[in-house]
Write a protein that binds this ligand. Structure first.
Ligand SMILES: [Zn+2]
Length: 114
């Protein structure tokens, strides 16, 4: 259950990934005493650093160095699930509302008498 919820690799739509040189520059930027540090919690990253769009690419965030944050896995998962997803879901709803697109009407079970 928990593993499924934190599946941040699930690329179900087109994403603009960072170029290797952008990641490299961001990585160098995050170095303190030759060790990468998370740009959110500021702690040293013990595993492999993860690269996050500060502004989600689904919201027009570009794959530039300025929009690239070096994060530890913990912060990346937290940001993705608590910040990016709800904002993107809201943007999606507003876009659909403008376009006059509604989801299927919810069907209520008919109440049975007798
Ligand atoms: Zn962190």
């Amino acid at each position: 259950m928990a593993d499924a919820e934190f599946n941040i690799q699930g690329d179900d739509e087109m994403r603009v990934e960072f170029a290797a040189r952008v990641k490299l520059k961001a990585y160098v930027r995050s170095l303190i005493n030759d060790k990468p540090h998370c740009e959110l919690c500021k702690l040293p990253i013990l595993g492999v650093p993860e690269y996050d769009h500060r502004k989600a690419d689904g919201l027009g965030g570009e794959a530039t160095l300025e929009n690239c944050a070096v994060l530890c896995g913990k912060c990346h998962r937290r940001k993705t699930h608590e910040e990016d997803r709800p904002i993107m879901a809201k943007a999606d709803r507003q876009f659909k509302a403008k376009a006059g697109i509604k989801g299927p009407k919810r069907k209520w079970p008919k109440r049975k008498f007798a």
